[in-house]
Design a protein around this ligand. Sequence first.
Ligand SMILES: [Mg+2]
Length: 284
Amino acid sequence: MKDINIINKISVIEKDYSLFLIDLWGVIHNGIKIFPEILEVLRNLQKKKKEIIFITNAPRRALVIENQLTEFGIDRKLYSRVISSGEITWRYLFEKFRDKNVNILHIGPPRDNHLIEGLSYKKVSIPEEAEIIVNTGPWGDNDKLENYKNILDQSLKNKLPMICSNPDKEVIRGDKFMICAGKLAEYYEEKGGAVKYFGKPYPEIYSHIFKSINFINKKKILVIGDSLENDIKGANLQKCDSLLVSNGIHREFNNGVGKISKNIYNLIALKKIYPNFISYNLSW
Ligand SMILES: [Mg+2]
């Protein structure tokens, strides 16, 4: 396995990087509040003239997420921008279907409806009437995959292509695990369904960021995230350095509070996805 350094604060490595691509859920906040040392990290990075872009697999447009960050107490001046899997999905749908009168089966809560706005689409509620599925996640926060097998099996029979706006399979809100769009898409794909994913680790979200930056030296980018399969795999594919925060989605592999255990290395070896650094949380 390649060298992985455990660090306890980001100030020991920040000098080697100029652009920080930072995940939100599990790194900055838990869906309910921001983690204690985040503002200090952001303020110090800004003082050192680092560029901060939040990159998130949230099935929501970027502006919606910026507003949520403001509510969490993160001043808009503390970062350059947010780019989300939802934003990339919206742009794709808009390019492809804006004049097509397509029949969309939307699987996802009403708060994600804005992802299919701006299209001349017809929203349908049964697979037999649909031409595509836009999957933004479960309808209810406590839903299980089992609740969706019927509608997904029906959709398979109708050979509906699925657009998945969040490759994450689960997320932790507060202390509770919830399934995400990626969990439904995984089932659909395993059964032979066609799925197009937007978000980390897939390339569109990174190329969207790189296009917006004048000069990019990938050696100067540090990707920070709590998911090996999404954040760190995305960094590996883009050949950027990365920092895994262990107290997020993989927290069960920690050795209690504040302690990174060998178990996380087993997971890394199993998945063959390699961060350069591991830190328990994001602190200065
Ligand atoms: Mg995360």
